[in-house]
Write a protein that binds this ligand. Structure first.
Ligand code: GDP
Ligand code: MG
Length: 170
């Protein structure tokens, strides 16, 4: 089997870091600066007889006054296109933070038919892990997720669990 997996989320949530972690090499650019990834970055990982084609999707977030600038329009379109034919979407958020940009990304996912897995990233930076449970209930109510997995892309925590959840949908 083989399948496409889109990684989506607002800037800085850790999409590129996750991609690098999963693929085990620095193929996607990471940086503190938002929008470092101008182009779609793809990576293929083969596990046994399954090929995972991961797509790091930039430009999902652009909803501001700048959204009609040519470059941003282009990126928005590319982002939307990328979601049309995927088998699974990994929607990343940053711990217990929720912003308008996260909401905008979630809105983009409204018409996506593929299962969406919520990855709650940067849990290594949570002061109190106990904050996570009520939060997960809160976000879980915003849409139906195929799974919810707290992770640390940077440290690799629970990333395999996330990959196993993805594999269920290919
Ligand atoms: P992107 O814009 O969504 O692609 O985000 P990046 O992957 O470029 O990450 C943005 C910043 O968050 C970088 O400084 C990363 O090192 C940091 N980061 C990503 N994942 C984690 C994580 O699990 N824990 C911590 N503490 N930092 C992270
Ligand atoms: Mg990136």
């Amino acid at each position: 089997t083989c399948g496409f997996v889109a990684i989506v989320g607002r800037p800085n949530v850790g999409k590129s870091t996750l991609m690098n972690r999963i693929l085990g090499q620095k193929i996607s650019i990471t940086s503190r600066r938002p929008q470092t990834t101008r182009h779609q970055v793809m990576g293929i990982k083969t596990v046994d007889d399954t090929q995972f084609i991961y797509v790091d999707t930039p430009g999902m977030h652009i909803m501001s006054k700048d959204r009609n600038k040519a470059i941003n329009r282009f990126m928005n379109q590319a982002a939307t296109q990328a979601l049309r034919d995927v088998d699974c979407v990994v929607f990343i958020i940053d711990r217990t933070r929720w912003t308008d940009e996260d909401q905008a990304v979630l809105k983009r996912l409204e018409h996506v038919k593929a299962p969406v897995i919520l990855a709650v990233n940067k849990v290594d930076r949570l002061q109190d892990k106990g904050d996570l449970l009520p939060w997960l209930a809160d976000v879980g109510a915003r849409r139906e997720f195929a799974a919810v997995v707290p992770i640390s892309a940077k440290h690799g925590t629970q990333v395999e669990t996330l990959e196993e959840e993805v594999a269920k949908h290919l």
